[in-house]
Design a protein around this ligand. Structure first.
Ligand code: ADP
Length: 245
């Protein structure tokens, strides 16, 4: 437990540092992008090509700084009662568009509403991060199953399973560390799972992973149930594919 606290403190200070830097960089990048836009009106065709490169690089830098800002999570967000099933079914179209055509996405949502207390946008973000990672683990195609279920104590469980490359124990031990990535520099920031981890912690939940090389990967997130009327006892009936697909 002690080690976990030290890890949490380290994550928090890293988050503050990253957030401060990202915030200032975002402002500077906005200036660069603005002036590049102004100049485009005034230069020759050659100059315009160079300007396009500037804009392209600044645009990529800005998408990195927005990931850093999300990781740092300094802006307060609104927490509400959210039905986890609804998060999955309303994202399923965006998700299947994000994974390309050689990967099949199946959503298996629990038959009853699964209310959790969390920020809606952050739940969407978690799901997208996990599904994008699943996609990256299956360059030759495969299957992603997104499932929801009720936990024994009335909370909610979200799982994302892929049939991808899986990971070694070394990767598994480090994957929640900020900036840890095995992807090429222009494809991975190593912030995705660190962000997911932080959001789940903020919401009072847990995240776990099961994975081995060649055997695919399952991420499981458990969130405490939202306060309010106790949920009816319900079985773990599974429906799918979700109506959104
Ligand atoms: P990034 O995706 O930018 O690399 P993440 O924090 O999301 O950053 O992931 C960290 C690393 O964890 C990845 O580079 C990859 O090695 C590993 N990983 C994450 N999800 C999966 C998965 N579904 N299958 C295999 N490896 C994964």
């Amino acid at each position: 437990a002690l080690e976990r606290t030290a890890q949490a403190v380290r994550m928090e200070s890293l988050g503050q540092l990253a957030g401060g830097v990202a915030h200032d960089f975002n402002n500077l990048l906005a200036i660069i992008l603005n002036y590049a836009d102004f100049l485009t009106e005034e230069v020759t065709a050659d100059g315009r090509r160079d300007l396009d490169r500037i804009r392209d690089a600044a645009g990529r830098a800005r998408s990195l700084t927005s990931q850093l800002l999300l990781f740092a999570r300094q802006e307060p967000t609104q927490v509400e009662n959210v039905d986890l099933n609804e998060v999955v079914s309303s994202s399923s179209e965006l998700l299947s568009r994000s994974i390309g055509t050689n990967i099949r996405l199946v959503c298996r949502t629990h038959g009853q509403p699964l209310p959790v207390r969390a920020n809606r946008g952050r739940l969407d973000q978690i799901l997208l991060n996990l599904v994008i990672n699943a996609r990256d683990a299956m360059p030759d195609g495969g299957l992603v199953v997104v499932g929801t279920d009720r936990t024994a104590d009335g909370g909610a469980r979200l799982s994302v399973t892929d049939t991808g490359c899986g990971m070694t124990a070394e990767v598994r031990d480090r994957l929640f560390e900020p900036f840890f990535t095995t992807k090429p520099a222009d494809q991975g920031t190593g912030l995705g799972l660190a962000t997911v981890y932080g959001i789940v912690e903020d919401a009072g939940g847990h995240i776990g992973v099961e994975s081995s090389p060649g055997a695919g990967t399952t991420f499981t997130i458990e969130l405490p149930r939202a306060d309010g009327p106790a949920p009816e006892a319900a079985g773990t009936s599974v429906t799918g594919p979700s109506p959104g697909r």
